[in-house]
Every structure is written in C-alpha cells, then in structure tokens.
Design a protein around this ligand. Sequence first.
Ligand SMILES: [Fe+2]
Ligand SMILES: [Fe+2]
Length: 254
Amino acid sequence: MIRLLFIGDVYGKPGRRVLTAHLPGVRDQFDFVIANAENAAGGFGLNTESAKALFKAGVDCITLGNHTWGNREVFAWLDDERVLRPINYPLGTAGKGFSTFEVKGERLTVVNAMGRVFMEALDDPFAVMNTLLEREDLGSIFLDFHAEATSEKAAMGYFLDGRVAAVVGTHTHIATADARILPKGTGYQTDAGMTGPLESVIGADPEGPIGRFLLRTPHRYVVAESRAQLNGVVLEVENNRTLRIARYEYTEPH
Ligand SMILES: [Fe+2]
Ligand SMILES: [Fe+2]
C-alpha cells in the first residue's frame, strides 16, 4: 500500500512558502508526494528555483498544465523523470506526460493530462489515456487531470474507473468536496484546489481580475500577498485501486 499526498496547483511565492514550511514536518506520513506546480514561478510556469525548493521540501514528482510554458527555465527540467507536462500535447512536444516510480517495492505511474473544454484543445485526452493503458508495466496509476470543466473531469473519472488507481483534477484552483471511491475502485476528486494565497482570485490579487470583469480590458495580474493555504488530497493506493481518499488542507496561521 502506498500512502500518497497530492498537492494542488502551487501558486507563486505564497504557495511555495506554505508548501516548504509545512511539508517537511508531515513528509514521513507519506510514501510519495506529487505537486502540481504549473503556477509556482510567480503564477506562471516552473523555474529552477521553484523546482529545487519543492524537491528539497519532499516533493517526489511535479505535474504541470496549460501554464507549462510560462517560464523558459522549465526546459531545463522537462527531461527530468520527476517533471511531467500534459501527456496529450502533440507528438514531438518537449517533455513527457508520465513517469513510473518504484515506491516501497511497488510500481507507481504518475500521469498528467489536460482537458479540452474552455481551454486550448490538445489531443483527445480520453483516447491518449486508452493508448497509455495498453501498457502493462505501469503498476498503480495516478492521473492529475488538468481541466476547467467539472463535467469533463467527472467523465474522465468514470471513463477510467477500475483501470487506474485515482483521477484527481487540477487547474480551477478551487477544491471540490466530492472526494470518493468510484464503483470500480478508482479514487476521484474533481479538483484538489490551490496551494497559494487565500485572499485572492485563484491566486491573483483581486484588483486585477475585478478590473477585467468590470471594464473588459486587460489588467495586470499580481500574485496576492496574504496567508496561504495548502490544498491537496491524501490517498491510500494498492493494486491500481484506491482504498481511502480524503481532502487535505493546511492554512498558515494569522
Ligand atoms: Fe493552475
Ligand atoms: Fe491550469
């Protein structure tokens, strides 16, 4: 049995701060830690300083998303087996979408895929998962499904039910309260939520987003400065199924 912690979108300095302060103290409760870090570098992408800080704090694998290309330093990390970008980018794209790890003598494969509703349309993530699952050497499979629409994420959960250990969503930065085990044994939560500033509009200082909604013109988005919250999901995984799944949350004190 593998005890997994999955940490939702790490956003800017506040996200890195809460993760690096909190994770080392609880790290021994988990066998493997995955973090979505597509917003780690100032809200956009992954840079070297962020990747190093996350790994040092105890993260074993970093997943990304539509902001994969937000910081050019990511190219130094895309060949690292611990760093994944969505698997359904077209053939020939730098990096890879899955990696297999040995954890306590068991095989664990982490996959990152991206949805197509209300976001840039990549290759069909359902078909790409079907192709990946033809492989027999993956062990227990954890999918970070980076998507906007709750319907697309729920559909992916049921599509993969009984074929992967877990499907957990990212990208909306808002945690959902639907953690459960689907009928055929796949752990599921629509969105893990964000690891970043609590007083924000999905990570940004509210002024920018409010301005954009009011005036319909571009506004500068600045990483909000407030106490941060770490949002994630804890799973117990065995034989490509989930035995237990629950939300995980830690908020910095005032
Ligand atoms: Fe994000
Ligand atoms: Fe995203």
